[in-house]
Write a protein that binds this ligand. Structure first.
Ligand SMILES: CNc1nc2c(CC[C@H]3O[C@H](OC)[C@H](OC)[C@@H](OC)[C@@H]3OC)c3nc(N)[nH]c(=O)c3cc2[nH]1
Length: 380
């Protein structure tokens, strides 16, 4: 039975190991064609088939189990057909662990006025040369089939924030129809897991409607979309409070576009298993580090002669070998090594945070861990 399910029912199978007695947090394993992923997990973002400034070996050294890449960007450049001819995204970027790709929905919607939404799909202009393009559920699925990612996301509309109730209702109902079309167009369900995405904005009844409609479609996993779009943190947590319980316990739950350390912890407490965010890599390139003592902006003059390591409690390559003064120098000179060393540290920091979270769940002490972390990182 297990083997049958493993081989033929789903490309990705979630194994719930335990639920933390103190909270709703879960410890799990995600079995994929490219390996097993321990959850809760933070997934580094590699938009253009690379996690910026990192080699695959460095990503593995810091504990990355899965990385993300972007359908919209890869379709635009170098083209999903070229990547297919290269043997698929894993081969093209020399990454033999799991890959998750977004459907491009979020990207084309964030292109703003350049795009027109219709039942058929979305017409938009390329951010590179202004040429006209069209993305539909079928096209987004075809692109991800060509890329060969282990987890592919449904083509959805991430409603803007704020958005009026009727708009959000029409949008979520179209997203459900689009999910049916993605599932019908999906060529390899036995080796690429299609995840549905729950929408519904910040409206309780609409979130309940979307969760009902999306989970009525049998899939290997489900995401909560339409959050981390500028709404207040408390609002996002409230939406999670009433949306997560509507998702099936035996499938992975992915909160898209989240997040900062506090959002990761608050999401885990509410039963989320998977997260992605550009934050750690993006702020690294601007010279900001996430450390056990909170954020450190190495560019600040106060670090000019600070010959201590970035984070006394961190054992990453950067913290073992370089000082704040040297990192500040590299960032001030806009040296590539500066971006590399801070990216290594920030990704290691978040991956280590999630490893500590998994251990805390295992030992039923996640609330205590969260309290300690908040006091040290946020000073509260
Ligand atoms: C930040 N708040 C945020 N990001 C949302 C992403 C995109 C995630 C996407 O966000 C970047 O693309 C722009 C990342 O590339 C830079 C992508 O990684 C490859 C990542 O793909 C999973 C959403 N994607 C879909 N399909 N649907 C959503 O409702 C949604 C909501 C998000 N909120």
């Amino acid at each position: 039975e297990k083997d049958y399910e493993r081989k033929y029912m789903y490309a990705v199978r979630y194994e719930l190991i335990k639920t933390c007695k103190q909270t709703g947090a879960r410890l799990g394993r995600l079995h994929t064609p490219h390996g097993v992923i321990e959850t809760p997990i933070f997934m580094p973002v590699g938009t253009q088939a690379t996690v910026k400034a990192m080699t695959p070996e460095e990503l593995k050294d810091i504990g990355s189990q899965i990385i993300l890449s972007n359908t919209y960007h890869l379709y635009m450049r170098p083209g999903h057909d070229l990547i297919e001819r290269a043997g698929g995204l894993h081969k093209f970027m020399n990454w033999d662990k799991p890959i998750l790709t977004d459907s491009g929905g979020f990207q084309v919607f964030s292109l703003g006025p350049l795009r027109k939404i219709k039942e058929e799909g979305v017409e938009f202009r390329s951010h590179l040369d202004g040429s006209k393009h069209f993305l539909s559920p079928e096209k987004a699925t075809e692109i991800q089939n060509a890329l060969g990612s282990d987890i592919i996301m449904a083509f959805d509309e991430c409603a803007p924030y704020p958005a009026d109730r009727q708009y959000v209702k029409n949008s979520l109902e179209r997203t459900t129809r689009w999910l049916e079309r993605c599932k019908a167009a999906h060529k390899y369900p036995e080796r690429q897991a299609l995840f549905g995405i729950v929408q519904g904005g910040m409206y309780k009844e609409l979130r309940e409607q979307s969760a009902r409609e999306i989970t009525a479609i049998d899939l290997p996993g489900y995401a909560i979309g339409g959050l981390s779009v500028g709404e207040p943190k408390e609002m996002m947590y409230e939406v999670l409070d009433y949306t997560v319980p509507l998702l099936p316990e035996d499938k992975p739950r992915y909160l898209m576009g989240v997040g900062s350390p506090d959002d990761l912890l608050e999401g885990v407490l509410r039963g989320i298993d998977m997260f992605d965010c550009v934050l750690p890599t993006r702020i690294a390139r601007n010279g900001t580090a996430m450390t056990s003592q909170g954020k450190v902006v190495v560019r600040n003059a106060s670090y000019a002669e600070d010959f201590t390591s970035l984070d006394p409690e961190c054992d990453c390559y950067t913290c073992r070998n370089y000082t704040k003064a040297y990192l500040r120098h590299l960032i001030k000179c806009n040296e590539i090594l500066g971006a590399r060393l801070l990216t290594i540290h920030n990704l290691h920091f978040l991956l280590k945070l999630m490893e500590n979270v998994r251990e805390a769940i295992r030992e039923d002490r996640l609330l205590d861990y969260k309290k300690d972390f908040f006091e040290k990182y946020y000073g509260k």
